[in-house]
Design a protein around this ligand. Sequence first.
Ligand SMILES: Nc1ncnc2c1ncn2[C@@H]1O[C@H](COP(=O)(O)OP(=O)(O)O)[C@@H](O)[C@H]1O
Ligand SMILES: [Mg+2]
Length: 443
Amino acid sequence: MRLQTQLNLAFTTLVLIVLAVGSFVIYSLILDLLVKNEESQLEQKGELLVQFLEENAYYNNSVEELEKFLNEQNLQFIVYDQTSDQVIMSTLNLNIVEGFYKEKYFTDKESDLWEFGESQFVVSKKSIDPNQTGLELVLLTPLTDLQEVQQSFISRIALVFIIGSLVAILLSYFVTRRLVTPLERLKEEVKKIERREFGDLKEIKSSGEIKDVALSVNEMGLELQRYIDSQQTFFQNASHELKTPLMTIQGYAEGIRDGIFTGEDMEKGLNVVTSEANRLKTLINEMTLLAKLDSEKSMVEQDQINLDELIKKVLDRIYPYAIEQDVTVEYLEHDSVIILGDEDKLLRAFLNIITNGIRYAKSHIGITVEEMKDKIIIRIVDDGAGIDEHIRPYLFHRFVKGKAGDTGLGLAISRAIIEQSNGTISVNNKPESGAEFILEFKK
Ligand SMILES: Nc1ncnc2c1ncn2[C@@H]1O[C@H](COP(=O)(O)OP(=O)(O)O)[C@@H](O)[C@H]1O
Ligand SMILES: [Mg+2]
């Protein structure tokens, strides 16, 4: 069942139940209220009449005159004489009066509701000047009169019930429409994402939780688009990077096979083939590593690593390369600093950054470690020409490399490793020297 129908049904049922319970309660209370009200009205009327009769001493005149007066009042009444134990006048059917007499309503019973057979009456009994006469005036209202009032009340309640229900259904329709329309639009947007129509994504006007969900869906669409774009660029770059050395290898191999390169040229060609094959191997290794780092995000081991020992291990490994490039590497030791991460991988990240440094430095590289309250900062500074400004913003992206660049994957790998160890990496160009790589790790 559609959400709007479900909500409408739930809301309408709720309103109908509330109205039905309300009506039932009113219905069952209304007769009681009417009877109480009638009692007090009869009481008042009786009191006024008796007062009037006493003041004017009507009972001294003939019974006919009293009857005439009472008849003029347009009431149902009985006059009972206690002295003679007789009903002397009445507007009611004789049977009923006899019935009341037999039931001893005039003498013994103290009830405000007199019953005889089917008929019931609300009653008020008053003595007329008890010292002078034994007369009692009984005013009566048939319960059927009150039930009529009750019926007309009920038909009005029914009308209110029907109008109320209609208004409630209409209201529920509009409210649920407001609620459901953004959800339907959201469904369309999700379908667009499914069909990869990212350009068509539109903002949805809504409020509250639905707005939050709509924003998240939109954000998810954009993120997915960014991801797909980056994958596409990656494949384009990767195939380009793989194609270039392969074409060189193919060119030399065919030249040697066809006897175009001989002697010294052949020698040179074979050397190029070997070094390009090596480059291909490195490239493929690095691409595989990056893909692994991407997919293993949560599986990285978190060893406690002594940073000082780690840097010394890196220095041992780059030592021959530094000598070869005539670059001195100066490390200001800092004992007892521990960082969390995978030791082999972090070693590789540091090697990448420092090897780059040696490649681009004029003669010197400085490594410092600074311990703050909540983090550790490592700076690797060289005295080279610095990072080309046009690649600096994307330096840590894949296949981004400068003039003397190699695969362009080293720093992308380093960043992935450092981020997996809860760290960050950034780069600056120092005005007085070359590039400065800043690594920060949480303590
Ligand atoms: N210390 C540095 N000084 C100047 N440029 C650098 C330095 N380190 C890296 N770069 C630039 O960043 C590029 C990307 O480095 P990297 O990702 O390690 O790839 P690769 O070393 O394979 O070229 C390099 O090609 C180079 O242009
Ligand atoms: Mg490199």
